[in-house]
Design a protein around this ligand. Structure first.
Ligand code: B12
Length: 233
C-alpha cells in the first residue's frame, strides 16, 4: 500500500468525507513553511444538525446557556478533524518525513496563532480554494456547490512524496444574494465579494462575530444540501 493509500485508508476509518493532496510549493515560505504539499480533509455537517439551527432562533446562544457545547455537532467535528490532523502528522513523521499539523492546538503551540487578529498564516480555506472545492462567499466562508458551507476541515503540511494537485478556485455563485449579510444578528458581514486582493476584514468583522453559525446555515447552498435529504421545512 502506498503512503497516499495508507493516509486515505486511515482517514476513511474515521468517516472523513473528502481528502485532497494539494500542491502548495508555489506559495511563499511564510505561508507554506517550505512544505510542498498540504493534505486537506473534512467532514460534512448533517442536514439534521443544520435543521436544528434553522428551526431554533439563537441556537448557539441557548446551547451555551444550557452548557451543551460539548454535544454540539460542529464543535465535536472541529475537535475530530483537528485531532485527526495531529494523528496524521505523527503517522507521517514516523515514516521518516516532515509533517506539520494545522490543528488550532498545534498552530498555537508552535507560536503561529495570531490571537490579536484571530488569524493563522495559511488558513484551511486558502488550501481548499487551491483544491478547487468551492469559492469564498459573502459570508467569508468556503461555499461548495453540493454542501454549501456545512464543513469542518483541517490540513497537514508535509514533504512526504505525495502526488499533489492545484486547481483554479470555482467562480463565486453568490451573485446578488445577500442572505448571510441580512441574517447576521450583529451585522458583522459587510457585503463585499471576495477576491485575492480583498482583505478578510473588508468582508467580515471578526471582532463582532458571535460564532452563531447563521451565515453558514442560511446560505442557500447550505439550505439546498439541508433540504436535499427531505427535511423540507
Ligand atoms: C480564527 C478563526 C475564526 C475567527 C476569525 C474568522 C476568520 N475568518 O478569520 C472567528 C472566531 C471569528 C471564527 C468564526 C467562525 N468560524 Co472560524 N475559524 C478560525 C480559524 C481557526 C483560523 C482562520 C484564519 O486563519 N483566519 C485568517 C483569515 C485571513 O483567513 P480566512 O478568513 O479563514 O480565509 C481567507 C483566506 O483563505 C483568503 N484566501 C483564500 N485564498 C487565498 C490565497 C491567497 C494567496 C491569500 C493571500 C489569501 C487567500 O480568503 C479567505 C477569506 O477571507 C479557522 C481554521 C483554519 N486554521 O483555517 C476556522 C474556520 C475558518 N472557521 C470555521 C467556521 C465554520 C466558523 C463559524 C461559522 C463558526 C460558528 N460557530 O459560527 C464562524 C463564521 C465566521 C465568518 N463568517 O467568517 C470553519 C470554516 C468552514 C467553511 N465552510 O469555510 C474553519 C475552517 C474551521 C473548521 N473546523 O472547518 N473563526
Amino acid at each position: 500500500m502506498s503512503l497516499a493509500e495508507e493516509i486515505i485508508a486511515e482517514l476513511k476509518k474515521h468517516d472523513v468525507d473528502f481528502i485532497h493532496f494539494v500542491d502548495i510549493s508555489k506559495l511563499p515560505e511564510n505561508l507554506n513553511k517550505n512544505f510542498p504539499v498540504a493534505i486537506l480533509f473534512g467532514i460534512y455537517l448533517t442536514p439534521q444538525y443544520l435543521k436544528k439551527i434553522f428551526d431554533t432562533p439563537e441556537f448557539v446562544k441557548k446551547m451555551v446557556q444550557n452548557d451543551e457545547t460539548n454535544q454540539d455537532e460542529f464543535h465535536l467535528k472541529e475537535i475530530k478533524t483537528d485531532g485527526l490532523a495531529d494523528f496524521l502528522a505523527d503517522l507521517i513523521q514516523k515514516k521518516g518525513f516532515k509533517a506539520y499539523s494545522q490543528s488550532e492546538k498545534n498552530i498555537d503551540k508552535t507560536g503561529y496563532y495570531n490571537k490579536r487578529e484571530n488569524r493563522t498564516p495559511l488558513p484551511h480555506k486558502t488550501i481548499a480554494l487551491m483544491a478547487g472545492l468551492g469559492w469564498i462567499g459573502k459570508n467569508n466562508l468556503l461555499v461548495t456547490p453540493e454542501f454549501g458551507s456545512a464543513i469542518s476541515m483541517c490540513t497537514v503540511l508535509t514533504n512526504a512524496p505525495l502526488k499533489a494537485e492545484v486547481h483554479k478556485p470555482i467562480d463565486s455563485k453568490c451573485g446578488n444574494c445577500r442572505i448571510c449579510i441580512d441574517k447576521c444578528p450583529v451585522d458583522a458581514l459587510k457585503g463585499k465579494a471576495w477576491d485575492y486582493s480583498v482583505p478578510r476584514d473588508e468582508i467580515v468583522d471578526v471582532y463582532t462575530c458571535t460564532t452563531c453559525t447563521e451565515c453558514l446555515v442560511f446560505c442557500p447552498f447550505t439550505q439546498k444540501y439541508m433540504n436535499k435529504n427531505g427535511s423540507v421545512p
